[in-house]
Design a protein around this ligand. Structure first.
Ligand SMILES: Cc1cc2nc3c(=O)[nH]c(=O)nc-3n(C[C@H](O)[C@H](O)[C@H](O)COP(=O)(O)OP(=O)(O)OC[C@H]3O[C@@H](n4cnc5c(N)ncnc54)[C@H](O)[C@@H]3O)c2cc1C
Length: 356
């Protein structure tokens, strides 16, 4: 008999997981989402960058995560017959000689060869960008146009008749006599990919979520014609047609999806250090990143209700991490392969109020 799975949430997490699981033998997937106007995935710039600039190291598991994301998004582009994944070099503006020397030293380390350049570019678009102490290149960066990816995915799921537009009502979930029943349907697993809304999920709200509000701007910069992402305390990401995404802010206190004047001023101030040309402000958006205390994804089973799973904690790196993390969860569901401890929800079982 086929295993029935309900995935709650069609953000990056739920969407990538659904694509990872559909078509697998012996699984019957349904995805449910309330399709709000805005969500973290809907406002995200979609950028991926394998470098942590503070320490100039590659990010967690980059050697596995980056090839996986490229394989995954390319496969789905073919399936959906559309383009949304763009590899694009990222130029880090170097502030001063010290930063430049640190970069050059780090770039000689073998484990960094695939990720950062050993040369410093003296100049890039000098009529538009402040040149500071030169530019260093990050390889294996790029972005996913999430508006296209999420909308096309939704249409695909609707076409397969596996999509339900609705809010998951926790009071309709009954777990008794080894059966997990939601609105009179039996499921083998219900997987919650609810982003920061897991804070309202009675089964998972005990997890140490540290959600972070973020805001981004869309600018029009005529004639800049950049085909590279530029970064200095913020990113300027080319979207095409003279449009650029600029972000992002971090705020752990005011957890709502309203755009603010404070965030706009912060981004425009930082932008003065990067851009020296005129631009037009087109749009401002806000969302709430689902981050976890230790900044790692969180997947696996509820401590006592083993049919309830979670896929969350993508934090600032949803695009990059989701394909790799979804694959781990898929292996767990299909073959019982143990989830590695760094991303396993079990690392937080000690926080569960009723014990395991
Ligand atoms: C301003 C900003 C910029 C960002 N930039 C980037 C970036 O450039 N690159 C990057 O990789 N990441 C970026 N991020 C982070 C990225 O957005 C997140 O990592 C990612 O979107 C998390 O996806 P998710 O699916 O876990 O959560 P969400 O996007 O929150 O999706 C959850 C979905 O589940 C639905 N849902 C929740 N509860 C229920 C329920 N009970 N019933 C039905 N539906 C439900 C929600 O409505 C939503 O559609 C950014 C975030 C912000 C805020």
């Amino acid at each position: 008999m086929k295993k029935k799975i309900l995935i709650v949430g069609q953000g990056i997490a739920g969407t990538v997981l659904t694509f990872t699981l559909i078509g697998k033998e012996d699984l019957e997937i349904t995805i449910l989402d309330n399709n709000p106007q805005t969500s973290s995935s809907k406002v995200a710039a979609g950028l991926y960058n394998p470098i942590v600039f503070k320490r100039l190291m590659h990010s967690w598991n980059a050697n596995e995560v980056i090839p996986k994301l490229k394989e995954f998004y390319s496969k789905i582009e073919i399936l959906l017959n559309t383009s949304f994944h763009f590899t694009m070099p990222l130029l880090k503006i170097l502030s001063n000689e010290e930063e430049k020397q640190f970069w050059l030293k780090k770039s000689k380390q073998v484990e960094m060869w695939d990720y950062i350049s050993q040369d410093i570019l003296k100049s890039y678009k000098p009529d538009f960008i402040n040149q500071h102490s030169g530019f260093a290149e990050v390889f294996n960066a790029g972005f996913v146009d999430l508006k296209v990816f999420l909308v096309q995915a939704r249409e695909y799921f609707v076409g397969l008749n596996i999509y339900i537009q609705s809010y998951f009502d926790y009071s309709e979930l009954k777990i008794e006599n080894n059966a997990t029943v939601y609105k009179k349907q039996n499921y083998d697993y219900i997987i919650f990919a609810e982003g920061y809304n897991s804070l309202n999920n009675p089964y998972f709200k005990w997890l140490p979520f540290v959600p972070a509000k973020g805001e981004v701007l869309t600018l029009k910069i005529p004639n800049y014609d950049s085909d590279k992402i530029v970064n200095k305390n913020l990113f300027v990401l080319p979207l095409g047609n003279d449009l650029y995404k600029v972000g992002a802010t971090y705020n752990w206190l005011n957890l709502n999806e309203e755009v603010t004047e404070v965030a706009k001023i912060e981004l425009l101030e930082k932008l003065k250090d990067v851009l020296k040309c005129d631009f037009e402000l087109i749009n401002q958006e806000a969302g709430i990143r689902p981050s976890i205390l230790d900044r790692r994804p969180i997947i696996g089973a509820h401590p006592s209700e083993k049919s309830l799973l979670i896929f969350n904690g993508l934090g600032t790196k949803g695009v990059m991490l989701a394909p790799f993390v979804a694959e781990s969860l898929s292996e767990f569901i299909l073959k019982g392969v143990e989830i590695e401890s760094e991303i396993n929800v079990s690392r937080f079982y000690k926080f569960y109020p009723n014990g395991r």
